[in-house]
Ligand binder design. Structure first.
Ligand code: VGL
Ligand code: ZN
Length: 201
C-alpha cells in the first residue's frame, strides 16, 4: 500500500478512446488490466472523464473542417477531433472492465461548448480550473501517478500541470497509450521531461 499522500489519477479510460470507439487509441483497452491491478495500492483514486456537449468546439463536424486538422481558437491552437465522449452516451462511459467503482472522485472535463480541456486540472486556456487541485490538496496529497489515455494529449497535459502546480508527478508509460499524431508522442515525452515529470516503465 502506498502512503496516504499518493494518488492514482486515471485519465479518460472511456469507450470512445478504446478500439471500436469514435476516437480509438491503438491498444487503448490494454491499459485496463494494468490500471485495475494498481488501484488497490492507492488510498486515493481519481478518474477523469472527457465529457463534451454535441456542439463542442473541438469537434471537426461543428467547424466544417476535417478531423485531425488544426485550427486557431481564442485560447490557442486546437486539434479538431471526430465527435467523441458526448455527454451521457455509451462512448463517454468508462471501459466496462475498468474498476471504476473503486474511484473516490470523478472529474469531468470539456463540458463547456467553446473550450476543450485536455488537462485534469485546467481547461485549454490553462487557467480555468476543474477543481482537482483543491480536491487533492484538501486531502493532503502531494504525489501523483498518471495512467490512461491518451499519453500525448490528456495524460501529458495533466502530468505537466501537476508538476507546474508543485505535485510530484510520474507517468507510468506501460499503463498509457498514445494517439501519436504527427510525432505528438515524442514531443509530449520531451515536454513532460522538461516540465519535471518522471516517466516510468
Ligand atoms: C483526448 C483528444 C480529445 C484525450 C480527449 O483523452 O487524450 N484527446 N479529447
Ligand atoms: Zn475530448
Amino acid at each position: 500500500m502506498r502512503p496516504a499522500t499518493d494518488a492514482l489519477i486515471v485519465i479518460d479510460v472511456q469507450n470512445d478512446f478504446c478500439p471500436g470507439g469514435a476516437l480509438a487509441v491503438a491498444g487503448g483497452n490494454e491499459v485496463v488490466p494494468k490500471i485495475n491491478a494498481l488501484i488497490d495500492d492507492y488510498s486515493c483514486v481519481v478518474l477523469t472523464q472527457d465529457w463534451h456537449p454535441r456542439n463542442h468546439a473541438s469537434f471537426a463536424s461543428n467547424q466544417g473542417a476535417a478531423a485531425f486538422s488544426v485550427t486557431e481558437m481564442p485560447y490557442g491552437m486546437q486539434v479538431l477531433w471526430p465527435d467523441h465522449c458526448i455527454i451521457g452516451t455509451e462512448g463517454a462511459a468508462f471501459h466496462p472492465e475498468l474498476r471504476a467503482a473503486a474511484a473516490q472522485a470523478v472529474i469531468r472535463k470539456g463540458f463547456r461548448p467553446g473550450i476543450d480541456s485536455y488537462s485534469a486540472f485546467f481547461e485549454n486556456d490553462r487557467t480555468t480550473p476543474t477543481g482537482l487541485e483543491g480536491y487533492l490538496r484538501a486531502r493532503g496529497i502531494s504525489r501523483l501517478t498518471f495512467v490512461g489515455l491518451a499519453t500525448d494529449f490528456c495524460v501529458a497535459y495533466s502530468a505537466m500541470d501537476a508538476a507546474r502546480l508543485g505535485f510530484d508527478a510520474e507517468v507510468l508509460m506501460e499503463a498509457c497509450r498514445a494517439i501519436d499524431l504527427d510525432g505528438s508522442l515524442i514531443e509530449a515525452q520531451a515536454a513532460m521531461i522538461d516540465a519535471g515529470v518522471v516517466l516510468e516503465g
